[in-house]
Design a protein around this ligand. Structure first.
Ligand code: ZN
Length: 164
């Protein structure tokens, strides 16, 4: 068992995420705790930084600025895409994420922010771009990552044996 969170350690934790107004945006409360592989960019950079060195049983609060969270808004207006350009274009809904490839082969995530009769509108901005992320974290358990997890760059469930 690793003693503290470091690279190649899987940490299992509970979290609550609030915005600066105090609204709960997301929480693992009432759900299974979340495992992540430290050093593999599974979580936002600021949270990964704050997790470093923490031990099982530690609880802490951390405020992460947008630069180390979901970035700053680009300021670019959403891009209009005709629904007819996608095979399932008429099923696209606000809040969905779509994967797209740029001409140079880079994969980007597009967030759907608006839908009308014939088109939907996407932005590369994360819905939480520009927001401080106020996390309350409870570290439950640590374990060493399996060889397969290290190869994949993510945990395979809390115990490392989940199929996917
Ligand atoms: Zn995997």
């Amino acid at each position: 068992m690793p003693e503290a969170i470091a690279d190649n350690v899987v940490a299992i934790f509970h979290y609550t995420l609030k915005n600066d107004a105090g609204d709960v945006i997301d929480s693992s409360s009432g759900r299974d705790p979340m495992p992540y592989l430290h050093g593999a960019h599974n979580i936002v950079p600021g949270l990964e930084e704050a997790m470093t060195g923490k031990k099982a049983g530690d609880s802490f609060d951390v405020t992460i600025p947008p630069e180390k969270g979901y970035g700053l808004p680009s300021g670019a207006p959403p891009q209009q895409i005709p629904k007819s350009e996608l095979p399932n274009g008429d099923q696209v809904q606000v809040g969905m994420q779509l994967g797209a490839q740029t001409p140079d082969g880079q994969v980007v995530v597009l967030h759907v922010v608006k839908v009308d009769e014939a088109s939907f509108y996407v932005t590369t901005d994360h819905p939480l771009a520009g927001e401080n992320l106020n996390f309350s974290i409870e570290v439950l358990r640590l374990r060493d990552a399996t060889a397969e997890e290290l190869q994949h760059g993510h945990p395979h469930g809390p115990d490392g044996n989940a199929n996917h």
